[in-house]
Write a protein that binds this ligand. Structure first.
Ligand code: MG
Length: 162
């Protein structure tokens, strides 16, 4: 099979949008992460780096896989007990974070440190997504980690470039 990565990227961005996340939302998290180190940083530079992260194959595959699992859990297509584990965002599940590492790992240890931080303080859109996922029927178990990982990876790109 031949995979068209331009189409795959468009689909990944569309899926994020369907789940209420824009690339600017992700860029805002990157900005929050890096503004303390670079006081001339702009949202535009963060957005450009988010877009570059999304050009990576691993990132497209992770976005598509994670969001698809969230959607399947909501639709009832996943059997118990996994369905309830996903819908409840059970804290010891941890596979959502493991999947997101495949994004963070591309950019080395700065990415990992940032990822741990955004996950802990639930910066910006991540907090919003996390709260939404606590509503009955909505599953954002994978989505919050994916957003945090892309934002962290973009922050690492900025750090490496400067
Ligand atoms: Mg999660």
């Amino acid at each position: 099979m031949n995979v068209d990565y331009e189409n795959l990227k468009t689909y990944a961005i569309k899926l994020l949008g369907e789940r209420g996340v824009t690339l600017t939302d992700i860029a805002n998290i990157t900005y929050e992460l890096q503004i303390k180190y670079y006081n001339n940083l702009t949202i535009e530079e963060c957005l450009e780096n988010v877009k570059q992260v999304l050009c990576k194959r691993e990132v497209m595959f992770t976005v598509i896989t994670g969001i698809t699992i969230d959607k399947l859990a909501e639709s009832g297509a996943i059997e118990e007990p996994l369905r309830s584990i996903l819908l409840d965002d059970y804290s010891l599940y941890g596979i959502d974070e493991v999947l997101a590492y495949s994004i963070v790992n591309i950019y080395g240890s700065i990415g990992l440190t940032n990822f741990g931080y955004v996950d802990k303080v639930k910066l910006g859109k991540i907090g919003e997504i996390d709260r939404l996922g606590k509503n009955s029927g909505v599953c954002n178990t994978f989505l919050d980690d994916i957003i945090g990982a892309i934002a962290s990876a973009a922050a690492s790109r900025i750090a490496h470039a400067r």
